[in-house]
Design a protein. Structure first.
Length: 346
């Protein structure tokens, strides 16, 4: 079925697979920071406000640059800022549409507390407020789903942090440096590559008709979260995620009762850059749970650096989940029930 290009075209009318294939180009996204000047005051902490895919880039950055960030870095996915936010906080409000109500709320609070502020959006209320108030902002390219604009967001986030002297501008070059390698990798998952040699299609076949659970170590936890997001929004399929070692302190026990014939598909998203004890926990956990849950499918994240592995795993998530959507006979692009919720909240 996944080698039938006519069927794929019919079930993917908005060409989500093309958008996924184009994600590698986001790593070379060229942009300007509008209203980049700031007063140079000391920044003692950073808060990024966003939801879903707009928060994901911040989680990726926090994992990627964990040893280089010199101040506390928090990701807020709600309406309210932490009480500590003040004039020595850099608050970055990120919403692809620019209208996410939780993020708009946080921006208002940041202004009221006199924080330093940056905005990332493709338009909407956030860009309007940034323009009217002289707030630093990056305008993202429009026209795709937020979950598939993560690398746009990552580059913009690094750009704003660099403009406030919180990270080196060299990090933008580091992102861009993965473009050619990532493009070559992504081409292997294209619809015209047959199932026999297409890793994304093969993973989709393992998971279709089941509820997937994604596990990653601490370093690659944002990748597992991305797989959950992509599965929920592209495949319209419930899924769950967790990270090791936390998994071993609670959820591990949850698998030990009831028959092995549970309707789940287990995916271990493994990076060779994780702590050695985390890598050991993957192997031991699967062995100890043998006969109590389905055996895990190990996805070894490709790449030599944490950044390469994060981006490779994130784009693979979109390809696999879109192929599952095609198998599920659902359109991978629209998210109508989310849009309905937004209307009813007004």
């Amino acid at each position: 079925m996944l080698d039938d290009l006519n069927l794929i075209k019919n079930r993917d009318p908005s060409d989500a697979l093309f958008v996924a294939a184009d994600e590698a180009k986001q790593t070379i996204f060229d942009f300007d920071i509008i209203n980049a000047d700031h007063d140079g005051r000391a920044i003692l902490n950073i808060v990024v406000c966003g939801m879903g895919g707009s928060a994901l880039a911040a989680l990726q950055l926090k994992s990627w640059l964990k040893s280089e960030l010199s101040v506390p870095f928090e990701v807020v996915r709600s309406y309210d800022l932490p009480d500590y936010v003040g004039e020595n906080t850099l608050v970055i409000a990120s919403s692809y549409s620019g209208n996410t109500e939780e993020t708009v709320s946080s921006l208002g609070q940041a202004k009221a507390r006199g924080a330093q502020i940056g905005v990332i959006a493709d338009g909407g209320k956030l860009i309007e407020e940034a323009t009217n108030s002289g707030i630093a902002y990056v305008k993202l390219p429009s026209g795709i789903q937020p979950r598939m604009a993560v690398s746009y967001n990552l580059r913009a986030l690094v750009g704003i942090l660099a403009s406030f002297d919180m990270v080196s501008r060299d990090k933008l070059d580091e992102i861009a440096s993965v473009y050619q390698w990532l493009s070559n990798e992504v081409a292997k998952w294209s619809p015209d590559v047959p199932l026999e040699g297409n890793y994304a299609k093969q993973l989709a076949m393992k998971a279709v008709g089941k509820t997937p659970v994604f596990y990653a170590g601490t370093l690659m936890a944002p990748v597992a979260y991305k797989w959950k997001i992509s599965w929920n929004e592209n495949a319209k399929n419930v899924s769950f995620w967790n990270e090791i070692p936390e998994f071993n302190h609670n959820e591990f026990l949850g698998w030990t009762s009831h028959p092995v014939e549970k309707p789940f598909a287990i995916f271990d998203l493994v990076s060779n850059l994780e702590h050695p004890q985390i890598l050991k926990r993957f192997e031991i956990s699967d062995r100890l749970l043998s006969g109590m849950r389905p055996k895990s499918t190990v996805v070894n994240l490709a790449g030599k650096t944490a950044l390469q592995q994060i981006l490779w795993g994130s784009i693979l998530a979109d390809f696999v989940s879109i192929y599952v959507a095609i198998l599920n006979n659902v359109d991978p692009t629209p998210v109508p029930i989310i849009e309905k919720l937004k209307v009813e909240l007004v």
